[in-house]
Design a protein around this ligand. Structure first.
Ligand code: HEC
Ligand code: HEC
Length: 213
């Protein structure tokens, strides 16, 4: 009787220790430590609060921290392997930071409020909305909303917020997925989507997404 109780206690302690290890492996970032780096290093392009001014630099404000952390990891060449996501700017930018600092940066930018962009093209808004909400059954194009949510807020941790992002940035990313230039999407999820889209459809949906809240 006593012995089995002891065994049980030992097992429970082991589980507790495992949980503590897991927590150590994926600690939450510290937003205030992230802010110190963000305002000195990242602000020039992404804005001090993650709301960039120029459309070539994506807004980071309000993005899911897990997604931000994954992208930073993907930009960084490590263990002799090349970076999984190529960007002449970001590959160099992120090289100096370790996992802990990247988590801090992700926590900081994720906690900021995005100031969304607006849709600018009246002529294509209907097409953009249709593609976003329903996709195109005739060519097996799934609705963006299925993964990025009805308002473009995404679904943590895997599916990023895309609502309110600059249309130009979204367009470039969709074309990069289509051409395989960007290939860091799990299970080729975005490459399969973008492959089914024409330039005109990409432009329309990117413009629609910019105004999505
Ligand atoms: C010189 C300008 C510049 C600076 C400084 C810069 N970035 Fe970037 N960042 C970019 C550009 C341009 C892209 C888009 C790359 C692409 O097209 O794939 C980008 C993309 C990103 C992305 C991917 C966003 C997404 O939606 O997928 C993250 C995350 C990011 N930057 C984080 C940072 C952090 C953190 C810092 C500071 C340590 C930083 N950047 C500094 C220009 C910059
Ligand atoms: C099957 C799920 C799925 C569907 C459907 C889908 N996406 Fe995505 N999308 C993803 C995932 C997952 C990622 C993150 C890839 C990564 O980890 O780098 C992503 C990333 C993106 C990005 C890059 C965001 C950034 O900040 O760099 C854009 C832009 C995007 N999707 C737009 C769209 C649009 C527009 C549609 C509809 C035409 C769409 N997606 C449909 C799963 C999906």
């Amino acid at each position: 009787m006593k012995r089995s109780l002891l065994a049980l206690l030992c097992a429970m302690t082991a589980i507790g220790a495992q949980a503590a290890d897991a927590a150590k492996a994926a600690p939450k970032g510290d937003a205030s430590r992230g802010q110190a780096i963000a305002t000195t290093v990242c602000a020039a392009c992404h804005g001090a609060d993650g709301n960039s001014q120029l459309a070539v630099n994506p807004k980071l404000a309000g993005q899911h921290p897990e997604y931000l952390f994954k992208q930073m990891k993907n930009f960084k060449a490590a263990d002799g392997k090349p970076a999984e996501r190529n960007s002449a700017v970001m590959n160099g930018m992120i090289a100096a930071f370790d996992d802990g600092q990247m988590r801090d940066l992700a926590a900081y930018f994720g906690a900021q409020t995005q100031t969304g962009d607006v849709a600018k093209s009246r002529e294509t808004i209907e097409l953009g909305q249709k593609l976003y909400r329903s996709g195109d059954l005739s060519k097996g194009l799934p609705a963006c909303a299925a993964c990025h949510g009805p308002a473009g807020a995404g679904l943590p941790a895997q599916y990023p917020r895309i609502g309110g992002q600059f249309a130009e940035y979204t367009e470039v990313q969709l074309k990069s997925f289509r051409d395989g230039v960007r290939a860091n999407d799990p299970n080729k999820m975005m490459r399969m989507v973008a492959l089914k889209m024409t330039d005109a459809e990409i432009k329309a949906v990117a413009d629609y997404v910019a105004g999505l809240r």
